[in-house]
Design a protein around this ligand. Structure first.
Ligand SMILES: [Fe+2]
Length: 345
């Protein structure tokens, strides 16, 4: 689906008029309270109802809380402002309230989840990530305002951008790629590799390109969904608090390393082309260079688990979306390698 994309917060006023909305339900992180964005919402000619209880990695309970407030509010539009968690909460509220025709304006404040470009909402239910999906969950309108990236810490930038990079690479591993999704994945990877160092340094000249890269990666997985890195990462996030983008990147790099050692480079050729591995470089090595250049902090501890115990928690649906097959033994070995890396990066 083609979403309408705008690049300035001032578009919001026009969009509220476009849908004749009188009372938007604004879902945003508590950290945005009192911010310039929050003040801007207050200045608009509408009766916005704000919900600020968004949790990182939304759970059944947090979605139910947002849904209760939404149901009581009689609102006629949803606006999500924040990272993937705010947008995923908004989509889950729209889905659970059965108001699928309600317009949703997504305003990401991080470059990474790509949730603004997908019809998916990931919610943790009973400790497992569950993905809701419906065509009506594509946000109708998107505002990619690069000003909003200014307030991110270097760590937030790194883990989010690793997520976007992995979306594009995993998209190419699914075997569901189309010419369109390949084009988006290709553009996204090139924009990230060409700009990530300046982005992390805080060079605002590249913020727009980084936002585009994240959006394009979202467009790629809207076609293909994600695969091995995401499948293996969830337990690291839910059980060991390793940030989503970081957990995904470590799992994906170790899965690629395993595939390469098993002599399956031919199955990864599209990734090799996009990463520019023309002279015998390994895709896993190239991605590890990017990871190490970003050097995200890894404060989580991982103990009391083995490759076997983690393999029991792998997301089988996403794992089976990988055209490069990883059987149980492969998953155990990859997890052992992930554990070693986390214990001594
Ligand atoms: Fe992701």
């Amino acid at each position: 689906m083609e979403n309408n994309v705008y690049n300035s917060m001032t578009a919001l006023e026009e969009l509220i008029k476009k849908y004749n909305a009188r009372k938007p339900f604004v879902i945003m992180g508590r950290h945005l309270c009192g911010s310039v964005t929050d003040n801007y919402i207050d200045s608009l000619d509408c009766r916005a109802v704000k919900y600020t209880g968004v949790r990182e990695n939304p759970t059944e309970e947090s979605v139910t809380d947002a849904l209760t407030k939404f149901t009581q509010s009689d609102c006629d539009m949803i606006i999500s402002i924040g990272g993937g968690s705010a947008m995923d909460t908004a989509k889950a509220v729209k889905y659970r309230s059965n108001k699928l025709s309600l317009p949703h304006i997504a305003i990401p404040t991080t470059a990474g989840s790509g949730s603004e470009a997908t019809p998916y909402s990931v919610v943790i239910i009973d400790g497992k990530k569950v993905s809701l999906s419906a065509p009506e969950l594509y946000p109708e309108e998107i505002i990619l305002c690069s000003e909003l990236l200014k307030s991110l810490s270097p760590q937030q930038k790194k883990v989010s951008l690793l997520d976007a990079l992995c979306h594009s690479i995993e998209s190419l591993m699914t075997g569901r790629s189309t010419a369109e999704s390949k084009k988006y994945a290709d553009s996204s990877v090139k924009l990230i590799l060409g700009n990530y160092e300046e982005y992390i340094k805080g060079n605002e000249a590249v913020f727009e390109d980084i936002f585009k890269a994240s959006y394009y990666a979202g467009r790629a997985i809207a076609v293909t969904k994600t695969s091995v890195g995401h499948a293996m990462s969830y337990t690291l996030t839910t059980d060991y608090n390793i940030r989503h983008g970081q957990a995904v990147a470590i799992c994906l790099i170790k899965a690629l390393e395993f595939a390469e050692k098993s002599g399956r480079r031919q199955e990864l050729r599209t990734i090799y082309e996009i990463l520019g591995c023309d002279h015998g470089e390994l895709a896993s090595t190239e991605l590890m260079k990017v990871y190490k250049a970003m050097a995200p902090e890894l404060s989580a501890e991982i103990s009391g688990c083995t490759g076997e115990t983690l393999a029991n928690r792998v997301n089988m649906e996403k794992l089976s979306n990988s055209a490069v097959e990883f059987n149980r033994q492969a998953v155990v070995e990859i997890y052992n390698s992930v554990i070693r890396f986390i214990q001594s990066p």
